[in-house]
Design a protein around this ligand. Structure first.
Ligand code: IVH
Length: 669
């Protein structure tokens, strides 16, 4: 029996769940914790189990289809789905604006700037406000019916919000997979020993092509709306005259729309392009360019179409971050800690804005999994400042008689044995500082900017010095003579004398720089700073026990063990003594009795009015806090200024405490 109580409760739950989806996906402001959402869903499922007559097609419990399909049926689009013309440089973009201005006989055009999502296009048909059909783009005229899968995407409303919704309404947009969802998916795939997806776009496309919608539901896809194919409005609702107004309307229907910008004239468009290109890698989803659309609908109509693309819009593409190239060789490099890293030497290729000649293959497991071989054609990716990597081999292009790559059994530099620690993926040379590659890397690290900051002492020069036997370890640097340097390749008297002064200048340093420069495993500059602030002087750190070290902010058992081991080794003690004898010195750090923010992790984003970011950082560090560049579950606070980036968004999603400037100042007090 259906009680009135159940009817009412089901209605309330559906409303709350739908609202939670809109808060999350449309407004980007999650209002309730995930656990609460799950609890409401469970309650609604229980009610619907008890009274199946209460189930409606648009109930949030009905997102996943009951049975897998045998195949997708074909769908003819109500209005064909067009594509966009592309511009690849400023010249082509300028030519586009020029054409538009000529045809419209106007000096300055109002455009809307949007991101160009790198996912797959989809059309959603709503009849009387209810989602009745979802279709892929296909060839633009006919696509595939993926309604069952689209219904599983939480950002796609099953029923439009608001009182006056159009009778028939077709909205278009893109299905994307966020990086977070992508990483999670690949982790799961790896654990199940199933296919690893190359990039979020392939993962999103693969997920939409599942005949079993339970799989799609598990993939956590997102949707962004960007245009309308059909809009049969009722008489009462006001006329919509521009694209930006339309997007606002879509939002009120409960459809997710990405950040857009109304731009007056070409200059503003070019600035928008540059800004988005810079922001590109901080977004949680991939974009491969920006799209400019003439805002005014009447002007759009005047411009019309050419073949399969509108003349009122253009996609201005970013330089590609993925390219094809050939593997010329695979070399194994030995790093500072002895880790062996296979590196692919590549046929030079322009990708991510630079010419790439090497790409990391990470480790033995990765190279095996991808089965990269000399002679292969591969997809290389370089995004932002990230080191280029080989994503995938194009198997169809593999030449005959290639051989699987094998990691060397001995260190390629010093012939020492190789060891692989339990549970680790990295293989290490056991030679320690006997291995010249490790020597060189240790010295390069010692001289680097954030360490001893020895100006002019570059990688090549250090390699030469080690090769010629002039130095073996970092303390030998301070015994170098100007005449010895001047004899080296590409070294003149003047540059040799500059290096000697740089070496002398570097002797005056700080405790944290010195600690970082020693190159203790897992001790980065932040940990070095924590150690310095906690103990105040070197001998306290040298004699600290494992337990005492673990008291330091962000020092865990593994790091503590590396520190103890480092200082217990005689050759390290000798090197330290030699450095001190050579005159390396610093002032001890005053240990603050009270560090109220000890161990707390902060992230700063956006512009603060009263203070420079560096100043905020220094004050936090002084109070024992740690300042990180990215938001994760471990972050304690995110300080958000004006125009915050995606970090604020991420903080909200992860439910990290957010402080505005005033909140931060009161925390300081
Ligand atoms: S508008 C008539 N806006 O790009 C205009 N498309 O090459 C049709 N895309 O298949 C599309 N982001 O999948 C538009 N903000 C955006 C877009 C976008 C990505 C894709 C879309 C389409 C392709 C066109």
């Amino acid at each position: 029996m259906t009680s009135q109580e159940n009817i009412d409760r089901a209605r309330v739950l559906r409303r709350k769940i739908n609202q939670a989806n809109i808060d999350y996906y449309v407004l980007d402001e999650p209002a309730i914790p995930d656990a609460e959402y799950d609890r409401m869903m469970q309650e609604l499922i229980a009610i619907e189990d008890e009274c199946p007559e209460l189930i409606t097609k648009d109930s949030p419990t009905q997102r996943v289809g009951a049975r897998p399909l045998d195949s997708f049926s074909e769908v003819k689009h109500v209005v064909p789905m067009l594509s966009l013309s592309n511009a690849f440089d400023e010249e082509e973009m300028t030519a586009f604006d020029h054409r538009v201005r000529e045809m419209l006989e106007q000096d300055q055009i109002e455009y809307v700037g949007e991101t160009k999502f790198d996912g797959l296009a989809i059309s959603l048909l709503y009849e009387d406000g209810v989602l009745t059909r979802a279709a892929t783009r296909g060839d633009g005229v006919t696509g595939e019916d993926v309604t069952q899968n689209a219904r599983t995407i939480r950002g796609i409303p099953l029923r439009l919000q608001g009182k006056s919704t159009p009778k028939r309404f077709e909205v278009r947009g893109e299905i994307v997979m966020t990086h977070q969802a992508f990483d999670k998916l690949n982790e799961k795939q790896k654990a199940k020993e199933e296919k690893i997806f190359v990039n979020p776009r392939n993962a999103a496309a693969g997920s939409m092509r599942q005949l079993d919608s339970r799989i799609t539901a598990d993939r956590q896809l997102s949707f962004f709306a960007y245009s309308v194919g059909l809009f049969e409005k009722d008489e009462q609702s006001p006329e919509i005259t521009s694209h930006s107004e339309m997007l606002v309307r879509l939002k009120t229907f409960g459809l997710p729309v990405s950040e857009i910008m109304v731009l007056k004239g070409l200059k503003a468009c070019l600035l928008y392009y540059r800004t988005m290109n810079n922001l590109r890698n901080s977004l949680d989803y991939d974009i491969d360019g920006v799209v400019f659309k003439i805002n005014d609908f009447k002007q759009q109509e005047i411009m019309g179409f050419v073949s399969r693309a509108p003349r009122w819009a253009i996609a201005y593409k970013f330089p590609p971050e993925e390219e094809l190239t050939q593997v010329l060789d695979i070399e194994v490099q030995v790093g500072r800690t002895g880790a062996l890293t296979p590196v692919a030497r590549l046929e030079p290729v322009f990708v991510g804005g630079v010419t790439v000649t090497n790409a990391t293959l990470h480790n033995e497991d990765e190279i095996k999994r991808k089965d990269v071989r000399v002679g292969d054609t591969v997809i290389v990716r370089r995004a932002g400042d990230v080191i280029p990597e080989v994503l995938k081999v194009v198997m169809e292009k593999r030449p005959d008689n290639t051989r699987p790559f094998k990691m060397p059994a001995k260190c390629p530099i010093c012939d020492s044995d190789i060891e692989r620690e339990e549970g680790e993926t990295v293989i290490r040379c056991s030679g320690g500082l006997y291995c010249s590659a490790q020597q060189v890397q240790a010295i390069i690290h010692f001289a680097s900017r954030r360490a001893m900051d020895i100006d002019g002492l570059g990688d090549k020069l250090i390699e030469q010095l080690v090769e010629k036997g002039l130095i073996n370890n970092v303390s030998d640097l301070y015994g170098l003579q100007q005449t010895q340097l001047a004899c080296l390749e590409r070294m003149a008297e003047k540059s040799a004398s500059n290096i000697i002064s740089a070496l002398n200048n570097s002797k005056k340093t700080t405790l944290d720089r010195f600690l970082y420069a020693l190159g203790i495993r897992e001790v980065g500059d932040a940990t070095a700073r924590s150690l310095a602030n906690h103990f105040g002087n070197l001998s306290a750190i040298q004699s600290a026990t494992q337990e005492a070290l673990e008291d330091v902010a962000d020092v865990g058992p593994i790091v503590a063990k590396h520190i103890v081991t480092f200082f217990s080794q005689t050759h390290n003690q000798e090197v330290i003594n030699n450095l001190l004898t050579a005159g390396v010195h610093w002032s001890d750090v005053e240990v603050k009795a009270e560090q109220p923010l000890r161990g707390k992790i902060f992230v700063i984003t956006g512009t603060l009015k009263g203070m420079k970011r560096e100043e905020v950082k220094q004050r936090l560090l002084a109070l024992g806090a740690k300042v990180s560049g990215s938001v994760s579950k471990k972050t304690d606070y995110v300080i958000v200024g004006s125009d915050p980036g995606s970090k604020a968004e991420k903080a909200r999603k992860l439910e990290v405490e957010i402080l505005d400037e005033a909140g931060f100042l009161s925390l300081l007090e």
